[in-house]
Design a binder for this molecule. Sequence first.
Ligand SMILES: NC(=O)c1ccc[n+]([C@@H]2O[C@H](COP(=O)([O-])OP(=O)(O)OC[C@H]3O[C@@H](n4cnc5c(N)ncnc54)[C@H](O)[C@@H]3O)[C@@H](O)[C@H]2O)c1
Length: 333
Amino acid sequence: MIKIGIIGCGFMGDMHAACYKALGVPVTAVADPRADFAKKVADKSGARIYESGEALIEQADVTAVDICLPTDRHASHAVAAMRKGLDVFVEKPICIREEEMELILKTERETGRKLQVGQVIRFWTEYVWLKEAADSGRFGRVLCGEFRRLSALPTWASEGWLHRPERSGGLAVDMHVHDVDFVRYLLGEPDTVTARAYRDSSGLIQQIYELYGYGNDVSICIEAGWDYPPSFPFDAGFRVKLEKAAVVLNAGVLTVYPQQGEAYHPELPAEYQGDNDVGGNISSLGGYYNELKYFVEGLRGEHPLEIATAQEAIRSVRLVKKGIEAAGGLILK
Ligand SMILES: NC(=O)c1ccc[n+]([C@@H]2O[C@H](COP(=O)([O-])OP(=O)(O)OC[C@H]3O[C@@H](n4cnc5c(N)ncnc54)[C@H](O)[C@@H]3O)[C@@H](O)[C@H]2O)c1
């Protein structure tokens, strides 16, 4: 029987706990040094509380861990868990440093444990639709596109880790990786990467624009920024032009504009409808529910865990780093 241990009970740990509850998958242990955060997540399932991820991995009655820690703590916990014989879900970005990437891949090979990375956009319904539509060829090939992810400054991170680039990688590694990863999933590695970035007064990248070139004529623009005013609403979406249609995700609404005929909203698979305490409507669990459902099915042996592998996530972080270099490096001053 699958028993999950959630390590890190902040923003994502809480979200994942709600998903496991909706999926009916037992979370038997949680870990967080912030007792009130640990309790809130533990209360969803009656899980036992540990003060650290290390203690949970060593002592808890779990078969898999779900690592929702600040990014600089992903690799050490993922490796320790696999060495302990546990399967692993680890949030994106999988890790930042090259030596950590190599260690995760080596440990995965040596232990044979299952590992999935939280590249959640690969499981987000509208993006899943776009991927399937592009792969099917029914609208012809992709000609060009724009992907964006913009928000007000995130303020929730424990210890302020998100705004310390040595811990999070900064905006580009933490937030922009979502779209970089999805574009890689959609079209593969770009042939050319050009980029420009806006930096704040301390030199940190707060906005990045990347232009990926594929072959002679296909261009994809990817934009991310997270220093918009507090009143700015979160905005993520895309506009992709294919030979026979344009597909647009704007304000959460997916629209197809065919070369012939009227625009329409494609029918999307119904999302799980049930109660949860994240926002009253399960759609607030979005792709998180989908990715964890896929993870749990993979743990049960229903399919291989092949959509968001460590190797894929690592390639996406490397591509982000290439973009940062193309934009002049992480910190200019
Ligand atoms: N997929 C997404 O859309 C998405 C969104 C937000 C964050 N994330 C990722 O999720 C991860 C966590 O981000 P967050 O926003 O939840 O951060 P957070 O700061 O809200 O939560 C992290 C938690 O980990 C705890 N923690 C720190 N060290 C610990 C240890 N040794 N053992 C146990 N707990 C420990 C902290 O006390 C904190 O509660 C990051 O990698 C982030 O990039 C992904």
